[in-house]
Design a protein around this ligand. Structure first.
Ligand code: PXL
Length: 277
């Protein structure tokens, strides 16, 4: 087995089953050496808790990168999620430039919005900077809200293929090479993911679960990246991530009052099975 080293850059929400507390175990389960760069430390995530603490780690990033450069550390893949400040995006671009191996796969999840709204703390300036980072990625993993903010297209909850094609065209115009477009539902009771790679459109559809939970975007992106870096095609990785996320949602539905995240841990074995198939 090839043993790859990945860096993931996103926050630590101490409680809340999202970002690094999801990405680290999932990427490790996929068989990758997982290095982390926390973008911020929060007591909880920002979706539904109030009064959370937020320690911005922006100014630690250049020194951490300098040390890695001195040690000649390079990564086979870099995957970014929730970032702590607009300034940090420029530092992440420097990390792309200085610590990527020659064959490094760069994946950007523009984790900044959902259900038509930006997450608390993000603004138009952050969105502008995120456009630039997405243009430097090999794959981006937006949901519809994030894609609308990136392209200026109006957010809709009901749409057709022409609407999705218009967004994809505008993402490509920003320099996005390949797009894994999540949560695309053309039919009631179904949802799916569009895999737009090398200008070709493919769609993987599955049943929409009656319950939805917070944090599934991070579970999806982490499983996609893990499968991709383990050598699966983008379509296969997108399918594995979707099937695994459905298992996590089903597991969460068995629990009472588990509103803040998804129970991804009890079904990690299934993800490992999909990766080794
Ligand atoms: O799941 C995305 C995410 C990551 N990190 C923090 C968040 C959110 C979504 O709300 O608040 C801190």
């Amino acid at each position: 087995m090839s043993y790859k080293k990945i860096l993931t850059i996103q926050d630590i929400s101490c409680v809340g089953q999202c970002s690094l507390t999801v990405a680290l175990p999932i990427l490790s389960a996929c068989g990758l050496e997982t290095c982390v760069l926390p973008s911020a430390v929060l007591s909880t995530h920002t979706a539904g808790f109030s009064g959370y603490t937020f320690r911005d780690l922006t100014e630690d990033m250049p020194n951490i990168k300098q040390h890695w450069m001195k040690e000649e550390i390079k990564f086979d893949a870099i995957y970014t999620g929730y970032l702590g400040s607009t300034k940090q995006i420029a530092y992440v671009e420097d990390i792309f430039a200085d610590t990527a191996s020659d064959t490094c796969v760069k994946v950007v999840d523009p984790a900044m919005a959902d259900n038509g709204n930006l997450y608390p703390g993000f603004d138009a300036e952050f969105v502008e900077a995120m456009k630039g980072l997405c243009g430097k990625a090999d794959y981006i993993v937006p949901n519809i809200t994030e894609a609308c903010f990136l392209t200026g297209v109006e957010y809709k909850t009901e749409y057709d293929r022409a609407y999705i094609d218009e967004i994809l065209e505008k993402l490509v115009a920003l320099g996005c090479k390949n797009v894994i477009f999540t949560g695309i539902a053309y039919e009631k009771g179904k949802t799916g993911v569009v895999v737009y790679e090398d200008g070709k459109y493919a769609y993987y559809e599955h049943d929409k679960m009656p319950n939805s939970c917070h944090g599934t975007g991070d579970i999806y992106a982490s499983a996609f990246v893990g499968a991709l870096v383990r050598g699966k095609s983008a379509y296969k990785a997108a399918k594995i991530a979707a099937d695994y996320t459905v298992e996590c949602i089903k597991e969460t539905a068995k629990l009472d009052k588990h509103w803040y995240g998804a129970a991804f841990e009890p079904v990690l074995g299934k993800l490992i099975g999909f990766i080794n198939e």
